[in-house]
Design a protein around this ligand. Structure first.
Ligand SMILES: Nc1ncnc2c1ncn2[C@@H]1O[C@H](COP(=O)(O)OP(=O)(O)O)[C@@H](O)[C@H]1O
Ligand SMILES: [Mg+2]
Length: 231
């Protein structure tokens, strides 16, 4: 993807609506959402279950397309990109963190992180260097050879964050990353996000219904029935 001098917001969401249709009715998951993500910010979208959080993240990450409206990533309209261009964009520029961690159970923490670097076609030396670096950064130096089942939920989520960082994305999308974690562990995850924003110059967009995010985010938005308001 062309780098346009990295000026302006990293992401612009313009008038994005997304409807789903089932047998009898239309579900409006997003209604005319506008959002700009400035670089180096930790931005939170709060909303209860069903408010459209996952739909919005999927559309920003190029995993789904809006019914109307457009998303610009580094000034490129995602609607003009093919599926394979979107796949490349995700692999090279966006890191994903999910509520359920999504780690491979038979792989060690190290292997889980290294795998994405294999997919990104990095050579072995660079894969090892980066996987170790990212696992150190999230505080898992001593846990690299452990499998997910041998780790706590918070540690597993930190492996997932290391994996999201490994490709050095400018944008990290985290969908309810603390949804399965207790309050103490949630504080650890959100302060790790602050550290990443401050030291790795990444932009993080996180969805949550956890009120403790207020202590960490640069900007907070509320999503309610598919409508976004600043809070
Ligand atoms: N693939 C889908 N098919 C039909 N309805 C969907 C689909 N994805 C989401 N929805 C509906 O869109 C609304 C928003 O869902 P979602 O984005 O998952 O909300 P959240 O992540 O905030 O819980 C909900 O009413 C949900 O049932
Ligand atoms: Mg969701």
């Amino acid at each position: 993807m062309v780098d346009n001098g990295k000026v302006g917001p990293i992401v612009r969401v313009q008038g994005v609506s997304r409807s789903f249709y089932n047998a009898a009715q239309e579900i409006q998951a997003l209604r005319e959402v506008d959002l700009s993500l400035e670089r180096g910010n930790l931005v939170a979208i709060k909303g209860r279950s069903g408010s459209g959080k996952t739909t919005l993240l999927n559309i920003i990450g190029g995993l789904d397309r809006p019914t109307s409206g457009e998303v610009y990533f580094e000034n490129h309209a995602l609607g003009t990109l093919s599926e394979s261009q979107l796949t490349n964009l995700r692999l090279q520029h966006i890191g994903f963190v999910f509520q359920s961690f999504s780690l491979l159970p038979t792989y060690s923490a190290f292997e889980n992180v290294e795998l994405i670097l294999r997919i990104a076609c990095l050579d072995r030396r660079e894969r090892v260097r980066r996987a170790q670096h990212c696992l150190h950064l999230v505080g898992l130096k001593k846990w690299m050879q452990h499998r997910p089942s041998e780790m706590s939920g918070g540690q597993q989520q930190r492996v997932a964050i290391a994996r999201a960082l490994a490709t050095r994305p400018n944008l990290i999308l985290a969908d309810e990353p603390t949804g399965e974690l207790d309050t103490n562990t949630s504080h650890q995850i959100f302060s790790l996000f602050r550290k990443i924003v401050e030291h790795q110059k990444a932009t993080i967009l996180v969805t949550t219904h956890d009120p403790i995010i207020d202590e960490y985010a640069d900007l907070l938005y509320d999503l309610k029935d598919g409508r976004l308001d600043s809070s």
